[in-house]
Structures are given as structure tokens and as C-alpha cells.
Ligand binder design. Structure first.
Ligand code: ASP
Ligand code: MG
Length: 450
């Protein structure tokens, strides 16, 4: 299989939001015979409705209103298709299962039922997308990804078993790709107990990358609603523009720190297996997009500027750290216990500053009172909120002279709370007050990129 050209194409929620959007995606596939595995998100809005069903205890009426909204989104698609009736039967099957799950969840509130609820969006969009393909004479069939995407039982952020995935794909999925265009679901999997799991919000990109790796695909295309990865957020700097090509190393920094175009884990399988990734807009496929690959022709010092708001800075200080060892290990074991992931870190002799992504309304672990109290057993702790992380992404930043003047001289009047530089050739990061962030990005973008 490895020598045969195979592209895995992933279409995000806005790309499969309604019938015209799905039709545009289907035309892309029709024009690219090497695209034989398609991974879809739920139609835009559906996962958010499902999250409400899975997280809140709702009255009977509220629940049926939400399910009705979901039904409307999907039926607006089936009504354009010749096999509307049989498709509606399939959608009603999923919705009746969803109604049962939502009823159970109302009393039990388990993460396991929550994941089963969340999986319904991708189940429906994949059925519909395969039908849209058939409507333009592409032989498309839906495939239940749970038959290959084996995970552990960490509901809400399940971890995929790569060996099982690879074996299952070889056995059950790859043979089908030789005959048909297979449409499958992103974001969902199944654990060893037979229960449905999910990989975390926005996880469809990651599913697509894992499937590309497991089917030994030669390319991965992530179709979304932007014409590639931009030099910065165009809502902040109007001179932002799409980047034609970018290396894995740079793109990984962008995905971690930047505008949330790709799920941050997406590039891990792609890098590991050297699969080039294309990011483009299904609305304007002719506009091109960004190619992400191992080797790129141009390696500019400055490629892009990313900004991430709602950062929390935790400073831990202990005189006991002076000439001592093991202090950091203790701090990190507390953070690990609370499943907190540190982004930036700087140290002085007796203190350590750490930053955390701390977005409101997130499902990930956040810095909270319990963590702070536990750290306080060990040392003095101070917590600052309201900060933004600015990441300058580029090449050779660890060796480039004149970084200070090119970057910091342009933002002289800004209070820089912390700087991280030197760990990566692709990244220089610093923290500023949230209120200054847009201004900093705009100024630096105009200086470094225009
Ligand atoms: N539908 C899921 C979400 O909205 C997964 C995805 O679209 O990537 O988070
Ligand atoms: Mg997405």
C-alpha cells in the first residue's frame, strides 16, 4: 500500500455544515482520485448542542428542543438528496439513541454516557457526507471508525492505542480503500470495554492524522474555513497573509501557541511518519493553502506571530532551592498529579515561573485552589492572571543575532513579564498584559513581516 498515492482528507464542522458546503467538499474529492479516505467532523453547531446535552441537567422540554435543533441541521442536508427517506431513517436511528442517552445522562451524569452523546454528531455527518458523494457519482461509503480506533477508557480525552489502530486499519480499512471512497468519523473511538470514547474537542484533525499514518497515506489534507495558516491572526493585523509552506517544527509551535487552526496533536503522527500536511479552505480550494512538510525551501527568520490569551503565570519560590536538588521534581510531580501541562518555564536561583493555558470554560485541567494549596505546602506561591503569550515563530532563532533590537526595540513601552528563548530554534515566547497583546502583535507583524 505504501507506494500507492493515498490522500486522507479531513473536513471540519463548517466544511460539512450544510448541503452546499458538503457538495463543495465532495467536488474536491471527485477532482482528486488519490483521496480515498475522508474524515469528517460533526456539522457545525452539532457538537456544541451535544455538549449541552451531556453536561447540563435539562428539563424534558429543553432536551427535546436541543435534539430538534440537531434534527433540523441534518434534515436540511437530507432534503437535497435523492435518497432522502432512507437517510432520514438512519438519522432518526442515531437521534433515538441520542434521546435515550440524554435521558440516562440526566440522572447518571457519567463521562462514559457523555462521550456516547458527543459521538452522535460525527456518526450523522459521515452518513450524510457519503450520500453527498454518491449524489455526484463518487462511490462513497460510511465506515464506523470505532471498529479501528481503539482507545483507553479515559472518556473525554481518550488515548489511542497505535498498534491496535495500525493492525485494525490493515485488516479492516485499507482493503476497502482499494474499492471505494471511505467516509469515516473524526474525534471518536472505542475502548476495550466496547464503549464509545472521544479524543477531546477539536480532535478530528488528530484522528485524521492518526488514520493517515495507520493507512500509510502519502498526504494528509485538512480542509477548513481558512485558506491556510496565516502569518498572524488577520483579525488582529490586517496585513496578515497565508503562508505557502512551513516546516513541521515551525508549524508545531504555531499549532501549540497560535490560532486554533489545527488541533495541537495533529502534527505528531504526521512528523513521526513524514506525511506532508496541506491546510486549505473547502470554500475556496482554488485559493491554495499551506503545505507543512519536513523540508521547506524558504527558511525565514520570522515566519509568524501567534498569540494566546488567558494565560496564568505561577511563580514558586523557596529559599530551600538554593544549591539544593529535587525541588523542581516535587513541583512537577504536583502538577502532573493534577494533569496540568506547563507551557513556558523560567528559573532563577530560588524561584521558578511557569505558565499555563487557563481558558475559561475549558474542559482541560486548570490551575485552581487545590493545586495552589498543595504547592504552598512546599514553597511560596504567587499566581497572576490576565496575561497573553506571544510566540514569534521562525528559523534559527536560537542563533540569530539582533533579535533583541528587531523584536523588543519595537515594543519598548510594553511591560514584558517573562521571556523564553533558546530551547527551540523555531520559537521565542514572551508574556505581556492581556490589554497590550493585540497592539504588540500588530506592531511586530508590521515591522517583521511587511
Ligand atoms: N466535532 C468535534 C468538536 O467540535 C471534533 C472536531 O470537530 O474536531 O470538537
Ligand atoms: Mg476543528
Amino acid at each position: 500500500m505504501s507506494n500507492v498515492a493515498l490522500t486522507v482528507a479531513k473536513f471540519g464542522g463548517t466544511s460539512v455544515a450544510d448541503h452546499p458546503a458538503m457538495l463543495r467538499c465532495a467536488q474536491i474529492i471527485k477532482s482528486q482520485p488519490e483521496t480515498r479516505l475522508v474524515v469528517v467532523s460533526a456539522s457545525a453547531g452539532v457538537t456544541n448542542h451535544l455538549v449541552t446535552l451531556s453536561q447540563q441537567s435539562l428539563s424534558l422540554e429543553e432536551r427535546s428542543d436541543i435534539i430538534e435543533n440537531i434534527r433540523t441541521i441534518q434534515k436540511n442536508i437530507t432534503q437535497h438528496l435523492a435518497d432522502e427517506e432512507p437517510l432520514n431513517v438512519q438519522i432518526e436511528d442515531v437521534l433515538s439513541n441520542l434521546t435515550d442517552l440524554a435521558t440516562q445522562q440526566n440522572t447518571l451524569q457519567t463521562a462514559q454516557i457523555g462521550d456516547a452523546i458527543l459521538s452522535c454528531g460525527e456518526q450523522m455527518s459521515s452518513i450524510l457526507f457519503a450520500a453527498v458523494l454518491r449524489s455526484i457519482d463518487v462511490d462513497g461509503a460510511a465506515f464506523d471508525v470505532r471498529d479501528v480506533m481503539r482507545t483507553n477508557s479515559l472518556y473525554g480525552k481518550a488515548v489511542v492505542d497505535l498498534d491496535e489502530l495500525s493492525n485494525n486499519c490493515e485488516q479492516f480499512l485499507s482493503p476497502l480503500l482499494a474499492k471505494q471512497v471511505i467516509v469515516t468519523q473524526g474525534f471518536i473511538g472505542r475502548d476495550g470495554l466496547g464503549n464509545t470514547t472521544t479524543l477531546g474537542r477539536g480532535g478530528s484533525d488528530y484522528s485524521a492524522a492518526l488514520l493517515a499514518e495507520a493507512t500509510r497515506a502519502t498526504n494528509l489534507a485538512i480542509w477548513t474555513d481558512v485558506v491556510g495558516i496565516f502569518t498572524t491572526d488577520p483579525r488582529i493585523a490586517s496585513s496578515a497573509r497565508a503562508i505557502p509552506e512551513i516546516s513541521f517544527g515551525e508549524a508545531a509551535e504555531m499549532a501549540t501557541f497560535g490560532a486554533k487552526i489545527l488541533h495541537p496533536a495533529t502534527l505528531i503522527p504526521a512528523m513521526r511518519s513524514s506525511i506532508p500536511v496541506f491546510v486549505g479552505s473547502s470554500r475556496e480550494p482554488e485559493a491554495g493553502g499551506t503545505q507543512i512538510r519536513q523540508q521547506v525551501d524558504s527558511k525565514p527568520t520570522y515566519r509568524s506571530i501567534a498569540v494566546r490569551k488567558e494565560q496564568t503565570l505561577v511563580t514558586v519560590k523557596s529559599p530551600a532551592m538554593l544549591h539544593a536538588s529535587g525541588f523542581l521534581a516535587k513541583v512537577f510531580s504536583i502538577l502532573a498529579k493534577h494533569e496540568l501541562s506547563v507551557d513556558l518555564i523560567t528559573t532563577s536561583e530560588i524561584s521558578v515561573a511557569l505558565t499555563f493555558d487557563n481558558p475559561t470554560g475549558s474542559t482541560q485541567a486548570l490551575i485552581n485552589k487545590a493545586v495552589v494549596e498543595e504547592l504552598e505546602q512546599l514553597c511560596e506561591v504567587s499566581v497572576e492572571h490576565g496575561l497573553s503569550l506571544i510566540a514569534i515563530v521562525g528559523n534559527g532563532l536560537d542563533r540569530s543575532s539582533g533579535l533583541g533590537s528587531s523584536i523588543f526595540n519595537n515594543i519598548e513601552d510594553i511591560n514584558i513579564r517573562l521571556i523564553c528563548h533558546g530551547a527551540s530554534a523555531n520559537n521565542l515566547c514572551f508574556l505581556v498584559n492581556e490589554n497590550d497583546a493585540n497592539n504588540v502583535v500588530e506592531t511586530l507583524h508590521d515591522k517583521l513581516f511587511v
